[in-house]
Design a protein around this ligand. Sequence first.
Ligand SMILES: [Zn+2]
Length: 133
Amino acid sequence: MSDTDRTPAPSRGTSLWRGFLKRCPKCGLGSVFARYLKPTAACRVCAEDYSRIRADDFPPYLTIVAVGHIVVPLILIAEDRWSPPAWLHLAVALPLTVALMFWFLPRFKGLAVAWMWLLGLSGDENQGADAGD
Ligand SMILES: [Zn+2]
């Protein structure tokens, strides 16, 4: 029996925060990912399997919403205050957008995986539901 087997289950908020930090929602010590966006087949600390969880389009959706709500107001504020030329908007906004997307995407995927893990979902719940119709 490892130490993680004796520790109480984390709260929902703790598990979600651990997921956002790309940590294992169960123990908080291992990584939830084997690679950049690939959930691990076994947490290195508690051996929890996250490879069966498919978050699909939810993490990119959250990423687009978050990055859009950061970059678009900055563009509008810059336009209102300094009216920079379009090339300067693009030179600043495009790299910022790409950097923020690469930063947020694994965090929102970790959050989605943690949320699905808490709910006992894998993402395959509706697969084949229309087959009998
Ligand atoms: Zn773990």
